[in-house]
Write a new protein. Structure first.
Length: 134
C-alpha cells in the first residue's frame, strides 16, 4: 500500500511498478490501525512536527506504533498458541523499573522486543507515504 500511495502522489518517481502483494483498498481495520500508529508518533513530544533531530527523540512513539502494528500480523488464536499467559520471566531484556508498566507476560516482552529492533531503523516521516486510505 505504501508503494501504491507513493506512486499515486508522485507519478514521475518510477517508470513502472509491479505490485506483488497489495489490496485495491485498505480495510477499515487497517485504516484505524495506521491512524493509531501515526498518533502514537505524532503525540510523542520528540516529534516536533517531523522536524526531529535524532530518531532517539521519538523512541516512545515509534515503539508504541510498532507494537500496535505487530498485533495485526497474527490472529488472537495464534498469539494464544504461541504465548498463552506465560510469564515474561527471563525472556524480557528491557530494564525492569518496578513500575506497573513492566511486562508481566511473555506477549508483552515479545511486543517490546519487536519495538526495540524497529525504532532505530525506521524513519517515521515515511509514514506520511502510507497515510492514504486508498
Amino acid at each position: 500500500m505504501s508503494a501504491l500511495s507513493l506512486l499515486s502522489r508522485h507519478p514521475d518517481c518510477a517508470r513502472s511498478h509491479i505490485n506483488i502483494s497489495g489490496a485495491a483498498h485498505a480495510t477499515t481495520f487497517a485504516i484505524a490501525l495506521r491512524s493509531l500508529q501515526r498518533q502514537a508518533i505524532c503525540r510523542d513530544p520528540g516529534w516536533r512536527r517531523g522536524r526531529y533531530t535524532d530518531l532517539l527523540d521519538l523512541r516512545n512513539g515509534m515503539a508504541m506504533a510498532r507494537m500496535l502494528g505487530t498485533l495485526s500480523y497474527r490472529s488472537a488464536d495464534e498469539f494464544q498458541l504461541r504465548f498463552g499467559r506465560d510469564s515474561a520471566g527471563e525472556w524480557d531484556t528491557w530494564e525492569q523499573t518496578g513500575e506497573f508498566c513492566d511486562p508481566e507476560f511473555m506477549i508483552e516482552s515479545y511486543l517490546r522486543h519487536q519495538a526495540n529492533g524497529f525504532v532505530d531503523s525506521y524513519d517515521p516521516n515515511l509514514l506520511s507515504l502510507s497515510q492514504s486510505g486508498a
